[in-house]
Ligand binder design. Structure first.
Ligand SMILES: *[C@@H]1O[C@H](CO)[C@@H](O)[C@H](O)[C@H]1NC(C)=O
Length: 454
């Protein structure tokens, strides 16, 4: 009886899955050479994938959900996927270099998606970029509404002007990052102080800041600097996005589970600095916190205490650590100033030895990730040569004397044990999302494998 029931529900499951998938699959179009002709007709969201790439496989079910949800929400965006290895000519025309690459194609323009590969994030990106470059706000209610919805938003206020044209240009490029609105002055509430019109204003951190051509440099660079809240929760993806602003990233590395009180204290200190000392530091620093030290450990190829404070320069991979734990506001200010003035000790960097260290570190990470994803394959790959070598050693040693063999065998065992511990330690360190690197590596390995096949 039980068995029959089991079979039934299994059948049901299969049928539902098949039905569901055929419904879901219908919203993602398989693209081929003919895509060149139809891309201009619509706005497209395309996943350029390679059949062998692991991250592409991980994205696939999410991609179908994205397709279905965009369709159901009435979005005009068409969702497709293209095997970039089968249509490599077209993929390279679109500038596809790693896999998977997600692009939104809108007329002549192509926008890269670099954020987390989750359904919600991808859909948010598609809706933002596919919509109008500058969204004009018709009423006070709409103004209040978007203010509530977005943590950071840029707004042009005033009538037609050269500044507005410039604003639209900047928006058409930077819409990949954030939202751009425009409004006439009469819908803006009084509490928004405008010294002159037209103005470009950023609303964030519960307040607003006005763009000043003379103090802030070009509009594009100002938008790039201002597009994040002054204090953020940071993960691997945001870290590199933050890096693109050219700012140093000042991070509280915390763990709410291990040391909730100390973590909170450090977080609060950094939040205070980001607000109260904005004018001193916001041009050079982005502030935030990171949960856990896995990611930072892999960035610095070492280990930081939790909680602790670290400043990263993502453009040259240098980092700065205070010599003692930060307890007080003055301490923090002094340290940040010393980084800014160049008197703080810099670690890491992208010099020759650091890069060498990175290569070794990444190679170890790759080996570890092979172990994690398919232990059997890994044992075979790395175990076989080791086995052969140890057999040879064994052969050579037994030829000499029995006593020595025993000794070597025991030594061999300890080595192995040590390696195992090291492996676990490394695996724990490597949970950070250095996905892009791994994707690239996978790509290189594959192309080498391809060459061999040829
Ligand atoms: C961060 O790196 C960039 C690029 O190498 C460099 O120009 C800048 O001076 C560095 N900042 C600090 C504070 O070291």
């Amino acid at each position: 009886m039980v068995k029959v029931n089991g079979m039934k529900s299994w059948n049901c499951g299969v049928i539902t899955t098949v039905l569901l998938s055929s419904v879901v699959f219908a919203f993602v179009e398989d693209l081929d050479d003919t895509f060149k002709d139809k891309r201009m007709d619509d706005v497209w969201l395309v996943d350029f994938f390679a059949p062998w790439c692991g991250y592409c496989k991980k994205l696939e079910p999410i991609w179908y959900e994205v397709g279905a949800e965009l369709k159901n929400s009435g979005s005009p965006v068409r969702v497709g996927k293209m095997d970039a290895t089968a249509y490599s000519g077209m993929a390279s025309e679109f500038g596809v270099r790693g896999y998977p690459t997600i692009k939104l194609l809108k007329g002549e323009l192509a926008y890269n998606y670099k954020g987390p590969r989750t359904k919600d994030d991808i859909i948010e990106f598609a809706n933002r970029v596919a919509g109008p470059t500058v969204r004009s706000l018709p009423s006070r209610q709409m103004f209040e509404h978007v203010l509530k919805r977005h943590n950071v938003l840029f707004m042009y206020i005033g009538g037609e002007s050269p500044l507005k044209e410039h604003y639209i240009d900047v928006a058409s490029e930077l819409i990949v990052y954030t939202y751009f609105f425009s409004a006439s002055e009469d819908i803006i509430p009084e509490y928004v102080m405008m010294s002159e019109l037209p103005s470009v204003i950023v609303f964030k951190d519960g307040t607003h800041f006005t763009y000043d051509e003379y103090e802030d440099g070009s509009l594009a660079s100002w938008v790039n600097r201002e597009r994040f809240q002054s204090y953020l929760q940071i993960d691997g993806f945001t870290l590199y996005e933050l890096g693109e602003t050219g700012k140093l990233v000042a991070i509280a590395v915390i763990d709410d589970k291990i040391s909730p009180e100390k973590s909170l204290r450090l977080k609060t200190l950094i939040q205070r600095v980001s607000r109260e000392y904005r004018d001193d530091f916001y041009r050079d620093f982005q502030f935030g916190h990171m949960d856990g030290n896995d990611y930072i450990n892999s960035f610095i190829m070492g280990e930081v205490a939790v909680p602790s404070f670290v400043v990263l320069n993502t453009s040259n991979e240098q980092y700065f650590l205070p010599s003692e734990p930060i307890e007080r506001l003055e301490q923090l200010i002094t340290f940040i100033k010393s980084v800014l003035e160049g008197t703080a000790q810099a670690y890491g960097g992208d010099g020759f030895f650091q890069r060498l260290k990175r290569v070794v570190y990444d190679a170890r990470s790759t080996i570890m990730s092979v172990f994690r994803s398919s232990p059997v394959l890994a044992c075979f790959l790395f175990g076989l040569p080791l086995g052969v070598i140890s057999l040879m050693c064994y052969g050579i040693c037994t030829a000499e004397s029995d006593d020595d063999t025993d000794l070597i065998k025991r030594e061999g065992q300890t080595d192995e044990d040590e390696e195992e511990i090291d492996v676990r330690h490394m695996a724990a360190q490597l949970k950070g999302p250095r996905e892009d690197d791994e994707v690239e590596k996978e790509q290189v390995e594959k192309s080498e494998a391809d060459k061999k096949l040829d």
